[in-house]
Design a protein around this ligand. Structure first.
Ligand code: 9PG
Length: 486
């Protein structure tokens, strides 16, 4: 049939078509909309936090991420070799006069693809889809309203101001070092002190290692006594084969139809993902969350969550993003409504309504570009300030639904290749994303840098959008567009 959107006719193939404010809602596992815009630009929305979100030219073919063993941790491995332009959850084609033809699923598990004559949606299970033609801002505003109805909303209070250990020390953290940082943070208006990767025995064995000799409570208690909410990083769905968990329960992990273990990516020398539909695994997850709650942690950064949603044969037979969402729901229930949950490496739509915050881009780094990964390996997910900026800016549409974390900003001039201007770009990105975090150890900051950090944490400037990448921040204008070209 044909639908009329803003005076333009589009042919539609769908089991159900219903008019809604600002567009139509389509029903069915697959839907298709015909268009006549040719090979313009496509809005690609990558699968999980780190996967690229950007406008890409349809004149060039997509290039697979190299090397192949990295793909599961970069974007949806199911479509790693797809010759089509596509993405996850939502997609759009640039039309005339700055308008776009938009298709967005209202439930998890959707793949969108585009070619010069059509925009298609396919879903692992029955889905609903919003289709619209119009300006970026108005179409996405209506889409987020519909998503709020189907998946829910969290993170409506201002996000916490977070100090995280990762981008200062990486995994070289210890009890003493963290106690030292905690002392140095006094006088700075942080709200969360979050320990990142490096405290645990192994991926899968979530007990403190020898660098935290008095147990995880010590840091939590100290943070709490300084008025900070204790935060902890966990990657609950992923394991290394060297872990005790893997050795004890080799049957808990995702396998393909041939019974072979499914790789969750080459990180840390190879990893596997839990089958979170197994009742025994669910019990283990609940016990894990109860344990870290018992240690005093009230802010959980849950990472590498895509590992539960990889293509595989599942015990329960659920669609893979539904399996992830149900596991996240279990975690939310075990944690209770007051524990802040930040998801990372997480499928986007499937996290809505359950997590308080979500990482919206790849890792930042103390340098601008990661050219080897980006240009030579066609991998936009390598750590870099540029990569984090680009994808995060294309995920700001999520702001009405969840706190959007663009990763940390830097204030230090030591141990960095970022120029003062590049540091300012990341600081402004955090402000427009509404999520302020840093990993700069206080001892690395000189007096002026510490003062800049304090002012940035305290400030609450009025934000006025002036364009897709252009904002007024308080009395100052910031246009990110020039920084998107490399
Ligand atoms: C801790 C880090 C930090 C960071 C997260 C996540 O593909 N990879 O090999 C890969 C490794 C690490 C990573 C992302 C991808 O970073 O985003 O903030 O918590 O884990 O290990």
């Amino acid at each position: 049939m044909t639908i009329n959107l803003q005076g333009h006719e589009f042919s539609v193939n769908a089991a159900r078509v219903e008019e809604t404010l600002g567009g139509y809602v389509l029903g069915g596992k697959t839907v298709q909309i015909g268009h006549s815009f040719g090979r313009t630009r496509y809005f690609k929305h990558g699968w999980q936090s780190w996967s690229e979100a950007a406008w890409v030219s349809m004149k060039e073919n997509p290039q697979p991420i190299q090397p192949p063993e990295r793909r599961p941790q970069c974007d949806d491995p199911a479509y790693a070799l797809s010759p089509a332009h596509g993405g996850s959850g939502l997609g759009a084609i640039e039309g005339f006069d700055g308008r776009m033809l938009f298709l967005g699923a209202l439930r998890p598990g959707a793949r969108i693809e585009a070619d010069r004559v059509s925009l298609k949606g396919q879903s692992e299970r029955e889905n609903e889809w919003f289709v619209a033609y119009g300006a970026w801002e108005s179409v996405l505003a209506r889409y987020t309203e519909l998503l709020a109805n189907t998946l829910g909303v969290r993170g409506q209070n201002p996000a916490y101001r977070v100090w995280s250990s990762w981008y200062g020390f990486y995994s070289n953290i210890s009890e003493n070092l963290m106690l030292e940082v905690l002392s140095g943070l006094q006088g700075l208006p942080f709200e969360v002190f979050q320990l990142d990767d490096g405290w645990q025995q192994n991926m899968g064995d979530w007990e403190p290692n020898h660098k935290f000799p008095s147990g995880m409570q010590t840091i939590a208690l100290r943070a709490q006594s300084l008025g900070l909410r204790p935060g902890l990083w966990l990657a609950p769905f992923i394991v290394r084969p060297s872990s005790g968990l893997f050795k004890e329960h080799p049957n808990w992990f995702l396998r393909d139809e041939a019974g072979e273990l499914v790789s969750a990516g080459s990180v840390w020398g190879g990893t596997y993902g839990l089958d979170v539909t197994l009742p025994a695994v669910q019990d283990w997850l609940v016990a894990l969350v109860q344990k870290v709650r018992g240690w005093g942690y009230r802010y959980l950064k849950l990472d590498f969550l895509y590992a539960s949603a990889l293509p595989a044969v599942r015990h329960g037979g659920e669609a893979r993003e539904d399996a992830y969402r149900e596991a996240l729901r279990l975690i939310r229930e075990a944690a209770g409504p007051e524990v802040y949950i930040l998801v990372c490496g997480a499928p986007i739509l499937a996290s809505l309504g359950l997590a308080d915050g979500i990482r919206i881009g790849p890792d930042v780094a103390p340098f601008w570009d990661n050219e080897d990964r980006r240009a030579l390996l066609h991998d936009p997910t390598g750590p870099s300030a540029y990569g984090a900026l680009k994808t995060s800016l294309h995920r700001l549409w999520l702001r009405p639904l969840i706190h959007t974390d663009p990763d940390v900003a830097y204030f230090r001039s030591r141990y960095t290749l970022l120029t003062p201007e590049q540091r300012q770009v990341l600081q402004d990105l955090a402000v427009v994303s509404g999520f302020k975090a840093t990993s700069d150890p206080p001892a690395w900051l000189d007096g002026e840098e510490r003062e800049q950090l304090r002012e940035w944490l305290e400030a609450n400037p009025t934000l006025t959008p002036l364009g897709r990448y252009h904002f007024k921040i308080g009395g100052r204008e910031m246009d990110f567009e020039p920084y998107l070209e490399i």
